[in-house]
Design a protein around this ligand. Structure first.
Ligand SMILES: NS(=O)(=O)c1cc(-c2nc3ccccc3s2)cs1
Length: 305
């Protein structure tokens, strides 16, 4: 890895070990993500290799952070069972969490321009639709792993859920609390066979957060996360979500009535509120898909070229 000059760690451990680095030969900036891979007797397990090649294929999309190359650094001095796999990604200079924070805090608090919210949401839906069309779920969409090129107004999805080959840790490697704010109700209620709909729930939460400049459901435990959701959308019923009371972690909850969604996003246009409501449908089967979302009237005024 002496091909790269490590600069600073990015995101302070939010993403695991990700470093900003410079390719010494070309001067190109990259993001180096170090992954520890469980080795078995044959070396790197084929599942991990399939995942990485899947990631390489997926990141051909303009809306997914590009995987430039994979460096396998053999550090098995003690014949250990770990392989250091470095994933080398294109570098984007900031993420959506920082961008939203800069519009809420600091010397000049101001809303995100509605046309920028619309453009970022469209790019996010495009990236999610691309993953879903290849049967890949992200599983952990949040503003921190949506990267931005501010000058060009470009948003790209990073840290794709390598859930299958790399065990998705409940806590990040730096014991960082994994945020629950974007987690779909079916996941919080213990559903095991969840679907692409889990990502669209997260997209809805991110959409609302760009508009409000604060998290829609900021729960600090799984139980509180559900209560935040129920207080706004009403406690889910079998009528609107058949099977909900049979989910493993379902309990009896206080019955809250649904509030009108525009209370949470007062500045958002009626089209925007309608699209948001379709992203936050309780029943995963009813929740709008990424592809269908891109055809919603909310995007009619967007230059989709
Ligand atoms: N959070 S930040 O400092 O603005 C920042 C984060 C990044 C990241 N780039 C990548 C690329 C791939 C996977 C995770 C990350 S995190 C680049 S700049």
């Amino acid at each position: 890895m002496d091909k790269y000059e490590k600069l600073e760690k990015v995101g302070e451990g939010t993403y695991g070990k990700v470093y900003k680095a410079k390719d010494k030969a070309t001067g190109q900036l990259v993001a180096l993500k170090k992954t520890r891979l469980e080795m078995d007797e044959e070396g790197v397990p084929p599942t991990a290799l399939r995942e990485v090649s899947l990631l390489q294929m997926l990141s051909q999309s303009l809306y997914i952070v590009r995987l430039l190359c994979v460096e396998h650094v053999d550090t098995n001095k003690n014949g250990g069972s770990k392989a250091n796999l470095y994933l080398v990604f294109e570098y984007l200079d900031t993420d959506l969490k920082k961008f939203i924070d800069s519009h809420r805090k600091g010397p000049n608090p101001r809303p995100l321009p509605p046309s920028l919210v619309q453009s970022f949401l469209f790019q996010l839906c495009k990236g999610v639709a691309h993953c879903h069309s290849h049967g890949v779920l992200h599983r952990d969409l949040k503003p921190q792993n949506l990267l931005l090129d501010k000058e060009k107004g470009i948003l790209k999805i990073a840290d794709l859920g390598l859930g299958r080959a790399f065990t998705v840790p409940l806590k990040s490697y730096t014991h960082e609390i994994v945020t629950l704010w974007y987690r779909a109700p079916e996941v919080l209620l213990g559903s095991t066979h969840y679907s692409t709909a889990v990502d669209m729930w997260s997209v809805g939460c991110i959409f609302a957060e760009m508009v409000r400049r604060q998290a829609l459901f900021p729960g600090d435990s799984e139980f509180q996360q559900l209560l935040h959701i129920f207080r706004l959308l009403g406690t889910p019923t079998e009528k609107q979500w058949p099977g909900v009371t049979a989910l493993r972690d379902w309990h009896v909850y206080p019955r809250w009535e649904p509030q009108s969604l525009d209370r949470a996003v007062p500045s958002l246009s009626p089209d925007g509120v309608d699209l948001l409501s379709k992203m936050l449908k309780y029943d995963p089967a009813e929740r709008i898909s990424a592809k269908a979302a891109m055809d919603h009237p909310y995007f009619d005024s967007l230059d989709k070229s």
